[in-house]
Design a protein around this ligand. Structure first.
Ligand SMILES: [Zn+2]
Length: 425
């Protein structure tokens, strides 16, 4: 992680504050502002952990703090340790420890063996803004707690960050959900990550998700989640990237669009291509419409790119989709509390019926996409390519980036949509 010190701001600072809070060294606000309170917490943490006390979060301070974000730590077994004693000591459960150590037998523990111990809290934070770094640590934490979650990289962003995919299920029907094509719609990332955690927990515990047996869903389907399609753009919006060559170029681009707030109004990838206008589904038509409005070169939003799939992020999604056999996709966006299900005159079998179920579960009406944003999106391309159900969900209301104060409602509403995809596919 980049070095954080007094005066630093943004989502990485919020993440560090959360780690300090969870470690018991900070009780202030998770406001993303590295002020005196955060600095004293860092000093106190460093002093207590026998680190050099400088109040700065560099590698040596972040390394031991990181585990509070991943939600587990490595523990060396001592004489007399049992899962039961450890669970009590660290506020977790025997089941959670067993799950996080699938290769060990609780009855044959050896002194000196190193095991994973999950903390008692959920892995996915929903009270702080997201960065690529946070999403990646959370993904790792989820996989340790729930080793049946698969992981793969589907491609890399402009800046070389991993666009990762989490897989769950062993069924024959594949489906895929993605979030944060648009940078300032990053709240969809924790929605999908939390869904993964709730689904994994329900599956492990023999529970249900939105009234459906998680085990049944897990056995019948295979879910591919890409929670963060646009990691660089998200980092730009939440302040995790606030310097360097790519940042300077984005600033230059934004200066040509004084009416679009920076970085809050940024939807594109960091090079200024709107990823959800970069798919080969009437791309020329999208280009014509956006050019008419003046978006003829890299911009914070609405620039369709030099050609279809010119951006590495949309190219990765396209290649990934072609190499699978998805029966249904959902692309999560904000905002509007509506579900778009149509592309041109395509009428995929059961698309309306499944959409109605999603609508019923969420209260979001099924809506036909307005002409201005009808082309070149991921969902558009998916429907055109396969004639199968594809949905763009516009979660929440207000102006993106939506505040985290909406998270709970957004999650509650969308849980029924995400569950309906699994049960109806
Ligand atoms: Zn969007």
């Amino acid at each position: 992680m980049k070095i954080l010190r007094r005066g630093s701001t943004g989502s990485l600072v919020s993440m560090a504050q959360l780690a300090l809070k969870r470690s018991g060294f900070y009780s202030g606000r998770l406001d993303g502002i590295f002020g005196t309170a955060t600095e004293s917490a860092v000093r106190y943490y460093q002093y207590s952990n026998r680190l050099a006390v400088d109040g700065v979060i560099g590698d040596s301070t972040w390394r031991p703090l990181e585990k509070y974000i991943k939600g587990y730590f490595r523990y060396t077994l001592k004489k007399g340790d049992t899962y039961w004693l450890l669970a009590n000591k660290y506020g977790t459960t025997v089941d959670a420890i067993k799950r996080a150590n699938p290769d060990l037998n609780a009855n044959f523990l050896k002194i000196g063996q190193v095991i994973n111990i999950p903390y008692g809290y959920p892995v996915v934070p929903t009270e702080i803004p997201y960065s690529y770094e946070l999403a990646a640590l959370v993904a790792e934490g989820l996989r340790v707690r729930y080793p049946f979650i698969g992981y793969s990289e589907i491609g890399k962003s402009v800046m070389g960050k991993s666009i990762f995919c989490l897989t769950m299920g062993k069924g024959s029907k594949s489906l895929s959900y993605n979030g944060a094509h648009h940078a300032n719609e990053w709240i969809t990332t924790p929605v999908l990550l939390k869904f993964a955690e709730d689904y994994a927990e329900a599956y492990s515990a023999g529970g249900s998700i939105y009234c459906e047996s998680a085990e049944k869903l897990y056995n019948e389907t295979k879910l591919y989640l890409i929670p963060l399609v646009n990691p660089d753009g998200t980092d730009l919006v939440t302040g995790a990237v606030d310097g360097g060559e790519f940042y300077s170029r984005a600033v230059n681009i934004s200066e040509e669009y004084p009416n679009i707030r920076f970085p809050d109004g940024w939807k594109a990838n960091i090079a200024g291509t709107d990823l959800n206008l970069n798919y080969p589904a009437m791309w020329e038509k999208a280009k014509e419409l956006k050019y008419q409005r003046g978006f003829v070169s890299p911009a914070p939003r609405d620039f369709v790119g030099e050609a279809p799939l010119s951006a590495p992020e949309s190219r990765a999604m396209y290649d990934f989709t072609l190499s699978h056999d998805f029966k249904l996709i959902i692309a999560m966006h904000t905002q509007g509390e509506i579900i778009y299900w149509k592309y041109l005159d395509f009428d995929p079998p059961r698309a309306f019926e499944i959409g109605e179920k999603m609508s019923e579960n969420s209260g979001y009406p099924l809506t036909v996409t307005p002409e201005y944003s009808s082309y070149a999106g991921y969902k558009d391309w998916f429907i055109q390519e396969y004639n199968l159900p594809g949905y763009t969900v516009e979660a929440g209301t207000g102006v993106s980036p939506l505040p985290l104060s909406q998270f709970e409602k957004i999650y509650r509403d969308n849980l029924g949509i995400l569950a309906a995809g699994l049960s109806e596919v």
